[in-house]
Design a protein around this ligand. Structure first.
Ligand code: DC
Length: 210
């Protein structure tokens, strides 16, 4: 079974998806981590994330596996290296190339095959798993998402910088040629702005209990 959740950066998808997965005994699969892994590898090589041809080459060459839920490149666990501001912003450029998306989409599908998963991203309900049994779209205002991010990672960036990056990433995510962030017709829309984590979880589970 596939439970798919899409929504913009910082709307609570990962936190909730992990909790739902734990509750149901399903695997949690964060599809954004795959784009982050390609981005990280590309930056590590000293290459430009906006240069589409070199990004495509990196996407083809990056050997991504998932071990105990963590992303590995060439067998090395890089999970904790994928969430710096550099990867945050550049992943939205890397993920804008349809050719890169094709590579990641088939990789995600093969990792997920025959598993019960709760997955999240931008196009899990529309492109990667159009036949998912349950589909959700989470939303929250950019300001609320920036505040959440600052609370989680108070070091480094100011609120204004985080907000500016979130607005830029939203713009990039919504205007992709392929795999753009959009609300699937058959997804259940949940605005998480003023809900606690538990309240969002309850809403998701109550839909599944029906
Ligand atoms: O969810 P996230 O912030 O970890 O995602 C990282 C980047 O990858 C973000 O710019 C959106 C992009 N992404 C995507 O284009 N499609 C997905 N299914 C998941 C993430």
């Amino acid at each position: 079974m596939v439970i798919a959740i899409d929504g913009p950066a910082g709307c609570g998808k990962s936190t909730i998806a992990k909790l739902i997965a734990k509750r149901l005994g399903f695997y949690f699969l964060n599809t954004g981590s795959f784009y982050r892994a390609v981005t990280y590898n590309h930056i590590q090589k000293g290459l430009d994330p906006r240069d589409k041809e070199s990004v495509l080459k990196t996407a083809k060459e990056t050997n991504i596996t998932v071990v105990n839920g963590d992303i590995c490149i060439d067998g090395k666990n890089v999970e904790n290296l994928l969430h710096g501001p550099d990867v945050d912003l550049n992943a939205s450029y890397v993920s804008s190339d349809p050719r890169v998306r094709e590579i990641i989409t088939s990789l995600v599908r093969s990792v997920a095959s025959n598993m019960n998963i709760v997955t999240e991203g931008r196009d899990t309900t529309t492109v990667i798993f159009p036949n998912a049994e349950y589909k959700f779209y989470f939303d929250a205002s950019p300001e609320i998402r920036a505040k959440r991010r600052i609370n989680q990672h108070p070091e480094g960036q100011t609120y204004e910088e985080v907000l500016r990056d979130i607005i830029q990433r939203d713009e990039n995510d919504r205007n992709k040629e392929v795999g753009a962030l959009k609300i699937s017709k058959d997804a259940i829309y949940i605005d998480t702005s003023y809900l606690t984590i538990e309240e969002v979880c309850e809403k998701v589970v109550s839909v599944m209990d029906k």
